[in-house]
Design a protein around this ligand. Structure first.
Ligand SMILES: C[S@@+](CC[C@H](N)C(=O)[O-])C[C@H]1O[C@@H](n2cnc3c(N)ncnc32)[C@H](O)[C@@H]1O
Length: 250
């Protein structure tokens, strides 16, 4: 084990503390989670802290930005919606989960020439019980070679303008008491600095007339491609993204 002396005062007293040895292979760190209170939830393990290290056999793990299907599955088992919509479906993770559960689902993507941010392509009002949305975290990852792709928005202002329209389209497409679940993460951009996209999502959802239905769900980012990289710069790594559940007025 290697050691580092942390403070000259304590150094004089030869107090030494272990240092993280960066040459050691990564070891998993096990955190003890708080106990969840018992309640009538049909999915008791669904709490504000979501940690499923296996993604499940849904969608395509090689799709950039692919998310595991287990959280979607748990949300559907909890909310028991009728018709589901996934307007940014990527590799079809939500669609696969719906198929497994026998829940009807409509899903599109910009790759199929469907622009979820265009008010002219918005679904008919009050069509869906549940919308699952996993949009690009602005330009953290690039998706389609199409200027309408949200990840291609040239400025944060432009991204937020189109993202706001997407949330308004979704709010309109929900039935009364319908739920919009958005999975989003904050992101540190080379030019724009730290972009609090979770904050912006809430701001835009409230402006669209939605209310927050329940706790945020903090999803641990197991298997993120960035976790194996080595950076020269100094920062506090973000190891989660956030699933927010909004509700349309009853
Ligand atoms: C984070 S990925 C979703 C990944 C998906 N959850 C999965 O597990 O495969 C975001 C998706 O949004 C799509 N997208 C970006 N802009 C869009 C737009 N304006 N309309 C519809 N889809 C869009 C991208 O093509 C990409 O597939």
């Amino acid at each position: 084990m290697s050691y580092a002396i942390i403070n000259p005062f304590y150094a004089a007293r030869l107090k030494r503390v272990p240092r993280i040895d960066r040459d050691q292979p990564e070891q998993p760190v096990y955190a003890r989670l708080p106990l969840a209170p018992r309640n009538a939830s049909p999915v008791p393990h669904l709490t504000s802290l979501y940690h499923f290290h296996r993604a499940g056999e849904y969608g395509d793990r090689k799709w950039p930005g692919n998310c595991g299907g287990n959280l979607i599955r748990d949300l559907l088992l909890y909310f028991r919606p009728g018709l589901v919509f996934d307007p940014m479906t990527g590799s079809g993770t939500a669609r696969d989960v719906c198929q497994e559960l026998g829940v009807p689902c409509i899903s599109f993507d910009i790759h199929e020439d469907y622009d979820a941010c265009d008010p002219r392509q918005a679904p008919a009002p009050e069509s869906f019980d549940f919308i699952w949305a996993h949009p690009p975290y602005w330009r953290q990852k690039l998706y389609a070679d199409d200027p309408r792709d949200l990840s291609r928005a040239p400025t944060l202002e432009d991204f937020l303008r189109r993202y706001g329209q997407f949330i308004r389209n979704s709010a309109q497409a929900l039935k009364p008491a319908g739920k919009l679940a958005v999975l989003m993460g904050d992101y540190s951009d080379r030019e724009a600095g730290y972009v609090p996209l979770v904050y912006h999502t809430k701001r835009l959802a409230f402006a669209a007339g939605l209310t927050q239905h329940c706790t945020d769900i903090i999803r641990f980012s197991h298997g993120a491609s960035s976790s194996k990289k080595v950076y020269r710069s100094c920062f506090i790594p973000g190891l989660h993204d956030v699933c927010m559940i909004f509700e349309k007025q009853r």
